[in-house]
Structures are given as C-alpha cells and as structure tokens.
Design a protein around this ligand. Structure first.
Ligand SMILES: Cc1cc2nc3c(=O)[nH]c(=O)nc-3n(C[C@H](O)[C@H](O)[C@H](O)COP(=O)(O)OP(=O)(O)OC[C@H]3O[C@@H](n4cnc5c(N)ncnc54)[C@H](O)[C@@H]3O)c2cc1C
Ligand SMILES: *[C@@H]1O[C@H](CO)[C@@H](O)[C@H](O)[C@H]1NC(C)=O
Ligand SMILES: *[C@@H]1O[C@H](CO)[C@@H](O)[C@H](O)[C@H]1NC(C)=O
Length: 609
C-alpha cells in the first residue's frame, strides 16, 4: 500500500512537472484553429505541397531536426515541433508525402492507401482537438453511417450479416437483439473491454516516465495492480471470449475487428482488442476530401516555421559523429549521397528499417539495439485491391460503411488455413475480406469525380508468397507475378459481386492489387506489413511497453509513429505525441487534453449566450 502511495505521488509530481515546468513552450498552448479556407481539390495545386522533390538546395539552413518518413507519425511530430518554432526537415522516400495517408490516381480514380475509418473524433474529444490544432482547423471529418461496420459470416449459400452500431448503450443493445439469451456475455464483454482500455493510461506513462521508474513499477509487479490493461495483456482474445460464451457466431462478432491490427484472435492480446473496440464505440469518421488532406494541411505549418517536407528522398543511412551521437542523415540522390546535418534525427520509418537498414554495422551490433530488436517481430503482410467503378454510389448500392466478410466464424482456423496453405491455394479463395467504398464516405467525391465510385478491398497475405519478385521493377515484375495477383483479384471479386449484386464486371473500369512487396516499395514496409511491428501478446507486456519508447540507445536519435505506440492512424499519431513529449520535455498528452477541455468550455459558453 505504501509503495502504491509513493508511486502515485511520484506520478502526480511527474505530470505536474511536465504541465507546469516544461522546458519548451506548449504546442497546444492556444487554440490555433482558423476559419475554414476554400477547399482545394485540384490535383496540380495539391501536388505543389505534397510532391516537393528533394534537392540539396532546398534543404533549409540551421535545421533543428530531421525526420525520416512522412507518415502521420513523422508529419505529426514535425507539426508539433514547428508549433514551438523549430525548423524541421521531413524526408520521404516515395514521390509524395503522407505514408499510409497518401493517395494515388489511376485512370482518373483517386485511391486511399491506409485510412478507412478513424474513431474518437466527436467534437472536443482530445483526439479531435489534437487533429484540429495540427491542421489549424482545416481538416474536416465526415461521420460514417451508423452501423459503421457489418460483419458477414459464412459461405455464399448461407451468409449472416451483423451490423455494428456505435454508442456505449447502442453497441451492446443491438448485439443483444441479435443474440437473445446472451445478455450476460455481452454485458461482461463490455465491462471487460472498458475496464481494460481504461488501464491503457499506464501504457503512455511507462513510455514517458524515466526508465528506472518504469522498471520499478514493473519489477515490483505494480504495473498489473495499477492497471487492468496489463493484467489482461497476456490473455488472448480467444481465451477471454471463449470464456464468455459458447455461441460461435457471437464469439466471431466480438472478435472480427482483429483485422485492424492484424493478429488472429488466439495470438491477439485482449488488451489491444479492447483499445480497438473502444476506439470505434463513439462512431467512425473519414477525412473529407480523402486522406491526402491530412498531409496537405499539416505541411504548411511545418513550412511556416522554416522547415520543409521533401519527397523522393530515400535516407540510406543515419550519420554519427565520433562520439556515436547522431548528427544527420545521408539521402540517396541517384547514385550520389547528399548529407544533411541536424542536431537531432527522428525516424518514422519503423524500428526494423531504422535499426537494421540505417545504422552502421557496429552500432547495429550494440547490445541495447539488439535487445530492442529481439523484442519485436514483423507484422503480417497485407494485400490491397483497388477498384474504380463506373456509376454513382446510388447506382452501385455503395454506403458510407465497411463490410468485414469471413467465410466461416472460427477466425483462428480460418487464418491458420489461409496463411499456411501455399499461395496458389490461398489465392483461389480469400476467406476474409474487408470491403469499403472511400468514394461513398466522402461528401466531396461527387463534385470531384461525378458518376464514378471506388472500392477498397483489403486482406492479409504472406510476404513469402511474393518475395521472389521483390527485386523486380515495381511496374513490371513479370507474368507469373501478374497471374498470381490476378488470381487474388478474381477470388476477391467473386466475394464482392456476390455480396453486392449491383457491382458487375462491366462496371469495373480499373482494378489492380498491391501485394506485400508493393507495400515495401510505396510505404517502406520491410516485409510488406500493414501495421508495422507485430501486435501479438508479447508487445503488451509492461517490459516491452516500457522498453520500446521514443529514445533509442543512440544519443539524439528518436523513434516516432506506429512502432513506438500502437498501429492505426491514432496509434501513429499518439506515437508522435509521445515522441514530441520526450523531445519538448513536457507531457503533450496532458497539454492536448487541457486544451480540449478549454475549447469545449469556451464553445459551450458561446453557445449558451
Ligand atoms: C491498407 C491499410 C488500411 C488501413 N486502414 C486503417 C484505418 O481504416 N484506420 C486507421 O486508423 N488505420 C488504418 N491503417 C493503419 C494506419 O494507416 C497506419 O498504422 C499509420 O498510418 C502508420 O503511420 P506511421 O506514420 O507510423 O507510418 P507510415 O505511414 O507507414 O509512414 C512511414 C513513412 O516512412 C517512409 N520511409 C521508410 N523508410 C524510409 C527511408 N529510408 N527514407 C525516407 N522515408 C522512408 C515510408 O515511405 C513511409 O512514408 C491502415 C493501414 C493500411 C496499410
Ligand atoms: C561507438 O560505438 C562502438 C560500437 O558499440 C564502440 O566500439 C565505440 O567505442 C563507441 N565510441 C565511443 C566514442 O563511444
Ligand atoms: C459508364 O456507364 C454509362 C451508362 O451507364 C455509359 O454510357 C458510359 O459509356 C460508361 N463509361 C465507361 C467509361 O464505361
């Protein structure tokens, strides 16, 4: 009890220190939202911001920091630093900024890469406040329909559909309607989810507090006493859900969202799952104008402080001085290396790329670096299929919602079979498929691409299925590669045309697939992973949670993005907030929370008048 008391006092002091004693100004110090400017949808205009090619002459002088990678983890951090006056250079290997938030256009269809829906964005939630501030109020979020997800289970001749509704009350109430007699299981599931997710505060604290304090909290066993999150972390999703109900359909509906972090239920941590369930409990949103709007509204803030975001800028190594301190990066420009110097380097490229590809051999071999590497694994590879359709959403029956389609309700068996069969077998029958229509979610689409629609189909795929073609040219990897891709496309289309009868082959104007090796090329995912480092149970042990933090074993080198915190748009953004907290030596989680409270209060007063 005494120890508990001491730790609580310690934590409070620590938070107070960050709130009142931060050594740097607060990027969330005042409300920076500006009135909405006129929307720019013209591609050429947007590309002037998103596609600024790297040239040595464009590198600003006297940089405060270089960030490797322009995902939301990189750009978000750059914005936080820019807001307190720092001059930051963001370097992106692809030909446009955004990472998983980038978009591309083929045959007149604009496609998103990695944003289908984001939760917790009701007015004045801390996340909404953060994003409003980080885009100066210019990024708008459009709610999806409610139900936002449909879980579809079973073979073609017997598909069952379960709508998922938002709301702490409605989510369980609708499930109870579909599963009479399962009221207790549903209530208990909700109770466990909420209690577990609530304990995630300690995840943030373990990553931010001094390492010795974190170790103390862990080795005394306090972590599991203080937070239900860490108590549930070593329990698998399958174990918890099977303990709640015998009903196989309900078990499936409780677990379907494992696709958003890519770990089948028996290897997934209930802790991670509880975060995802609560994430969408208040609904789901999509960025108006498509996901390129995110980078488009962040970059000007970085530039205003004297920084820049340059693309076609693959960093091939991080530079160190003779004291083993980071002092800059080397960018490959054709065959030439261009050196960019800065007192601080932050990597958004993920742990594996950073340690295994960008460090010199002798530093990679450092025990502390190897220790961190031994704690992480590559996540599952992903398959994306992009479909451009002739027809409006009304004509094609497309809705602003997602469909998770599974061939059977035992997801552990389904994933086992799918991932362990050879690639030929797998390609013939995709047993799990996410289907969303980005165009139907975006109210600006009709004006931008009248008469057209898009579909995004997503599933998992093993890197090893495609690895043999990895060294080929991205647009021409040979006929056998094309054939394999086509087999996956055909079986995905069979599912789609069966579930959405208005979508027929003659409506398809464009279709192509991105495999794990495509992901390597465009988003720098070393093994084609969708969500960075693996989200299995071991990642959620308090030891790993505390060890993987923005600070690296190397001085002046930091990590941001999804590998530092959690995957997903929000996870990567919180990675940036965590990294920004370390660099600015203040707790930005608390800062943004306080500003959210303040703006809510001000808005309420304005309303009341
Ligand atoms: C198909 C798909 C669907 C998804 N759907 C959703 C969703 O609906 N909702 C949600 O919240 N999340 C979703 N996600 C997850 C989410 O998009 C990611 O978790 C998040 O955006 C990751 O952000 P990040 O900044 O950490 O990394 P990334 O966005 O991956 O950025 C890393 C960047 O680093 C660059 N880079 C790597 N190496 C180098 C180098 N050497 N030099 C220069 N640059 C380099 C890469 O090119 C990349 O741009 C989805 C992801 C995918 C792939
Ligand atoms: C730098 O790191 C290498 C590899 O760990 C080590 O051999 C060397 O002594 C270090 N140099 C300094 C100045 O610390
Ligand atoms: C799209 O469909 C319309 C009618 O439904 C047709 O007139 C038009 O030619 C089609 N466009 C293409 C490119 O197929």
């Amino acid at each position: 009890m005494l120890i508990l008391f001491i730790v609580c006092v310690f934590s409070v002091l620590l938070i107070l220190k960050y709130v009142f004693g931060g050594s740097e100004p607060n990027p969330f110090g005042k409300d920076c939202r500006e009135p909405l400017k006129e929307k720019v949808y013209d591609k050429k205009e947007k590309n002037k911001v998103l596609k600024q090619g790297f040239l040595a002459g464009k590198v600003p002088d006297n940089l405060d920091a270089v960030i490797i990678g322009s995902g939301v983890g990189g750009l978000g951090l750059a914005v936080l630093l820019a807001k307190v006056g720092k001059k930051v250079l963001v370097l992106e290997q692809h030909d446009r900024a955004g990472g998983c938030c980038h978009t591309f256009t083929e045959k007149g269809f604009e496609f998103d890469v990695g944003i289908h829906y984001v939760g917790e964005l009701s007015e004045h939630t801390p996340l909404r406040c953060m994003l409003d501030q980080m885009t100066n109020g210019q990024l708008e979020w459009e709610p999806l329909e409610d139900a936002y997800d449909h879980v579809i289970l079973g073979p073609p001749e017997n598909r069952r559909s379960y709508p998922i509704y938002s709301g702490s009350a409605r989510f369980p109430a609708e499930l109870k309607r579909r599963f009479p007699g399962e009221e207790n299981a549903i209530d208990e599931f909700m109770r466990l989810v909420k209690k577990t997710e609530f304990g995630a505060w300690l995840l943030a604290v373990l990553k931010l507090c001094p390492l010795p304090l974190a170790k103390f909290v862990i080795h005394t066993g306090l972590a599991k006493h203080l937070s239900f999150f860490f108590k549930m972390a070593p329990r698998s999703l399958t174990e918890v859900v099977n303990g709640l109900t015998e009903n196989k359909e309900l078990r499936a509906v409780f677990t379907y969202i494992f696709g958003t972090y890519g770990k089948r239920p028996k290897d997934a941590s209930f802790a991670m799952h509880s975060i995802l369930i609560t994430h969408y409990l208040s609904g789901a949103w999509y960025p108006k104008g498509g996901s390129s709007e995110i980078a488009y509204h962040m970059i000007p803030i970085i530039e205003k402080a004297g920084g820049a975001v340059l693309v076609r800028a693959p960093v091939n190594r991080i530079l160190f001085n003779n004291k083993n301190e980071t002092c800059g990066v080397s960018v490959l420009k054709g065959q030439e290396e261009v050196h960019v110097h800065a007192p601080m380097v932050i990597s958004n490229a993920g742990i594996f790329n950073t340690y295994e590809k960008l460090l010199p051999k002798e530093l990679r071999a450092m025990p502390d670096v190897q220790k961190q590497l031994s704690m992480v694994k590559h996540g599952e590879g992903g398959l994306s299929i992009f479909v451009g359709l002739n027809g409006t959403k009304e004509e094609l029956g497309l809705k602003a919602k997602n469909y998770w389609i599974f061939a059977e309700n035992n997801f552990d068996e389904l994933m086992d079979k799918y991932m362990n069969e050879g690639r030929e077998e797998a390609s013939k029958k995709i047993p799990l498929l996410f289907v969303g229509s980005p165009s139907a979610k975006d109210p600006s689409w009709e004006e931008r691409s009248p008469g057209k629609s898009t579909l995004s189909l997503v599933s998992f795929a093993k890197y090893s299925w495609f690895e043999e073609w990895k060294d080929g040219k991205v647009t021409n990897r040979g006929d056998d590669y094309k054939e394999l891709k086509q087999a996956f496309i055909d079986s995905a289309l069979n599912v789609v045309m069966d579930v959405f009868p208005k979508i027929t082959r003659d409506k398809i104007e464009y279709i192509d697939a991105g495999t794990p090796i495509t992901n390597t090329h465009y988003i720098g995912a070393p093994e084609g992973e969708f969500y960075g480092v693996d989200h299995g149970m071991s990642r959620f042990s308090p030891e790993v949670s505390a060890a993987i933090r923005p600070q690296t074993p190397l001085k002046n080198l930091y990590l941001t993005g999804q590998d530092v915190f959690l995957c997903g748009f929000t996870g990567a953004l919180l990675g940036a907030i965590t990294c920004g907290s370390v660099i600015l030596n203040r707790n930005l989680h608390v800062d943004s929370f306080l500003l959210a409270m303040k703006t809510k209060y001000i808005n309420k007063k304005l309303k009341d008048k």
